[in-house]
Design a protein around this ligand. Structure first.
Ligand SMILES: Nc1ncnc2c1ncn2[C@@H]1O[C@H](COP(=O)(O)OP(=O)(O)OP(=O)(O)O)[C@@H](O)[C@H]1O
Length: 338
């Protein structure tokens, strides 16, 4: 990974809320950097403080203390106009601009450059067209935004942030409420925009599966450990994902990059599988049915299962009696009685 320009940097930043003289600190002494050309996903449990952090980076609320620099200059010294040329913000709440066409809404993103009543110059129009194509929504340019699906509306809001021509884009849960195809499309799009358009993109998400695949870096935010930042695979392989949801009934499955319920099987079984895929899904079925899988040994203290294909499953009990099954349905019916 090339070392690129730091777009935003925080040193010892505290975030939270002030009401009169009352201060509620959500996190203190956070340290982080976002770099040009990288997609970063901010992950954390409900209430961990993701939106609070995003709003602080967007200057929608002040940091309680610490140093926050945007392109080398303190964020607090930016005027509103300068900020809107530097930070594009995409929130989840449904846009109120249902009466505008997609083209008109995206063109509004040029306001920081043209002024409120500013006419679009040829180059502005070209940028709007470029952004509509970049997010794959150009065919809907003349539709009203009220007529779009949630995923299409998200793409429009991303296009609007793109025409702002900001080096930094912040998105709060851009894939919330989207189906799996739209989630993958949006995440792939954001990854492409980060790398091709050299943006620094930070998004919060609960969509961990996609984040682990497409995010260059992760920011893991927890009440217990604050903010842990790093390249996705470094954090995964240093077992940092376990700290994200410190709950005894939940474990992070390192091999498959998913969170699963902790296995509480009281029954033991030896498992021998032809390959890793068969092993994974056989363990899945056995765990769900109260079995803990043991590595094969010479000792025969527990029943044994040997799987060569989903149609070729051999079960041997502790008395060496063998049964052959041709599906998981048959197998599970049998072991449920044991
Ligand atoms: N306006 C506010 N005033 C005071 N406290 C607030 C305010 N908004 C949020 N909080 C508190 O800040 C904490 C973090 O909330 P935040 O919305 O940042 O979490 P989050 O990680 O985005 O959660 P979620 O995943 O549920 O959206 C919560 O305890 C919440 O109650």
């Amino acid at each position: 990974m090339k070392q690129t320009e730091i777009v935003i940097e925080g040193k010892d930043v505290s975030i939270g809320y002030r009401q009169g003289k009352q201060e509620q600190t959500i996190h203190s002494r956070l340290n982080f950097q976002l770099r040009q050309g990288e997609l970063t996903c901010l992950l954390g449990a409900n209430g961990a403080g993701k939106s609070t952090l995003l709003r602080t980076l967007a200057a929608a609320q002040p940091a309680l203390s610490g140093h926050l620099h945007l392109l080398g200059k303190p964020l607090s010294e930016y005027s509103e106009r300068e900020r809107s040329r530097t930070i594009g913000v995409v929130l989840t709440d449904k846009t109120q601009a249902g009466g505008l066409t997609v083209y008109e809404l995206v063109a509004l993103g040029r306001q920081p450059h043209t002024g409120f009543f500013g006419r679009l110059r040829q180059e502005d129009k070209e940028l709007v067209h470029h952004a509509l194509h970049a997010v794959g929504i150009a065919h809907k340019a003349q539709c009203y935004t009220a007529e779009l699906s949630d995923g299409e509306r998200q793409k429009v809001m991303i296009a609007k942030a793109l025409v702002q021509e900001c080096p930094l884009i912040l998105l709060d849960e851009p894939t919330a409420f989207l189906d799996v195809v739209s989630r993958i499309e949006i995440m792939t799009l954001l990854h492409r925009l980060a790398s091709e358009e050299k943006k620094a993109i930070l998004l919060s998400t609960h969509d961990i599966e996609q984040a682990l695949v497409l995010s260059d870096r992760l920011w893991l935010l927890t009440r217990e450990e604050g903010l842990q930042c790093g390249v996705t695979e470094d954090l995964i392989l240093h077992n940092r994902m376990d700290s994200l949801f410190p709950h005894e009934d939940i474990r992070f499955d390192l091999m498959h990059g998913i969170y699963s319920p902790t296995v509480k099987g009281e029954k033991r079984i030896y498992l021998k599988a032809e390959n890793e895929t068969l092993r994974h899904w056989t363990e899945n079925a056995l765990n769900r049915n109260g079995y803990l899988c043991m590595p094969q040994t010479e000792e025969k203290a527990f029943p044994a299962l040997e799987i060569h294909s989903p149609y070729d499953i051999k079960y041997t009990d502790v008395n060496h009696i063998t049964c052959q099954f041709q599906s998981f349905e048959e197998l599970l019916k049998e072991i449920a009685c044991r």
